[in-house]
Design a protein around this ligand. Structure first.
Ligand code: FAD
Length: 394
């Protein structure tokens, strides 16, 4: 009797998409000696030769990418009409990596290991589980592998009766001024002093020198604004600093989903989702870079130890998902309260505790301290919405 033909996996791992998550996983794999014999194929349609974004994050431990950090800050400012403080960062540093530096750095590291990594410029049209692993149909051909790691952007079909949908959207200018106006030691984390328009609106500033900074007008809300509104807000901010004469050196535009819509960590037994597709953009803040690094480290540790991805690939904890949902519910229902909640958080907690909480590393005791620092009634109302499975609406 002849058995059916079997597809022999050509690769051990197939990485779909070479943005933040795909390249992070590839780099973490390259740093694990126990996986040096694995063959990895990365499929990415774009050349990744543009500085299409910058990643900022806080960290309290050395990372694989410290060599390409463009700037780091040891002070952080929070500002709202009734409370302003500049925090001295003790355990953490706030850091920034330029997208282009990251793409170049990782691609060069992978190119230095041609026996292990193959990069193909291609769009994946279909990815499916097979009896042997996975198969991808792409614009450059069909490939088979044991496992696939998929970082294509998710296509969500919104269900507003069940879940909450907001965006973190922003326009930023990297400006050069004629006078000294910025403090390159202090990152402006959230400046809520402007009009809120029943939403969460703040300025976010990364000063690189006394005369150069990335200034971003950022919102947590359902709809993006006309471009001119972000620009007007940045002009007003700069004017308040005394700056009317400046040059725009670069522009950054972004829109990151903030939602409690489920974003599964896997798709069948052999396809593991990555990045935004796997819910690595934190629903209540939009920060993703460090969550992507933690996810990559977790996947690589399991692959090296057991030969397979971990059963619970993200390790997310339910209590932090609930906190995210509650905050999203408040933002969707009464966006203007966001400023008060962040003000209370920064007024009543050490910044280390806030960062640990947002990193989902706090103990139950610390979670209670965080909860006790904010006015309870908006949260109680949102707990009601969660229990009734009906998202709050304005
Ligand atoms: C402008 C901007 C600024 C941001 N700033 C920060 C920040 O400061 N800090 C932070 O923590 N987070 C930030 N984020 C959020 C998050 O870190 C980024 O969105 C991050 O790039 C997400 O990683 P990803 O791999 O999921 O998506 P991406 O980096 O977008 O990578 C997805 C890749 O998949 C490829 N792809 C798409 N379709 C296919 C296909 N069919 N086949 C194969 N490949 C495909 C794309 O070309 C892309 O390269 C920012 C996001 C944006 C948009």
């Amino acid at each position: 009797m002849r058995s059916a033909p079997v597809t022999i996996p050509e690769y051990d791992y197939l990485i779909v998409g070479g943005g933040a998550a795909g390249l992070s996983l590839a780099y973490h794999l390259s740093q694990e000696p126990r996986l040096a014999g694995k063959r990895v194929l990365l499929l990415e349609p774009e050349a990744k030769d543009q500085n299409d974004r910058t990643w900022s994050f806080w960290a309290d431990a050395p990372s694989l990418f410290d060599g390409i950090v463009a700037h780091e800050w040891r002070r952080l400012a929070f500002r709202s009409p009734e409370f302003e403080r500049v925090f001295e960062l003790r355990r953490h540093r706030y850091k920034m990596i330029r997208g282009l530096d990251f793409y170049r750095f990782v691609r060069a590291a992978l190119a230095a290991r041609p026996g292990q990594f193959t990069l193909v410029q291609a769009t994946v049209e279909m990815l499916e589980n097979t009896s042997q692993g996975v198969q991808a149909i792409s614009s450059a051909g069909t490939y088979a592998a044991r496992y696939a790691f998929d970082s294509r952007p998710p296509h969500l079909k919104p269900q507003p009766q069940k879940y909450r949908y907001l965006l973190q959207h922003f326009v930023g200018w990297e400006v050069e001024t004629k006078e000294d106006v910025f403090d390159p030691e202090t990152q402006e984390f959230m400046d809520f002093r402007g009009e809120q328009h029943q939403e969460a609106r703040f300025l976010y500033v990364l000063p690189f020198s006394k005369r150069r900074a990335l200034v971003e007008y950022t919102l947590f809300s359902a709809q993006v604004l006309p471009q001119s509104e972000y620009e007007q807000a940045m002009r007003t901010y700069l004017k308040q600093l005394g700056v009317t004469d400046f040059r725009i050196e670069a522009v950054e535009i972004g829109s990151i989903p903030m939602t409690d819509h489920p974003l599964p960590a896997s798709n069948g037994p052999n396809i593991i989702n990555l990045g935004t597709r796997a819910g690595r953009a934190k629903p209540s803040t939009g920060y993703a870079f460090q969550r992507i690094q933690a996810h990559s480290a977790r996947l690589v540790a399991a692959l090296a130890a057991t030969g397979a991805p971990p059963p619970d690939s993200t390790g997310d904890q339910w209590q932090f998902r609930l906190f995210d949902t509650l905050l999203l519910d408040i933002m969707q229902r009464r966006g203007e309260l966001t400023r008060d909640i962040f003000t209370q958080l920064f007024r009543r907690n050490p910044v280390e505790r806030i960062f640990d909480f947002l990193d989902e590393r706090t103990s139950w005791k610390e979670n209670l301290q965080i909860m006790n620092s904010v006015t309870p009634w908006p949260f109680l109302r949102s707990i009601g919405h969660v229990l009734r499975r009906r998202p709050g609406q304005r």
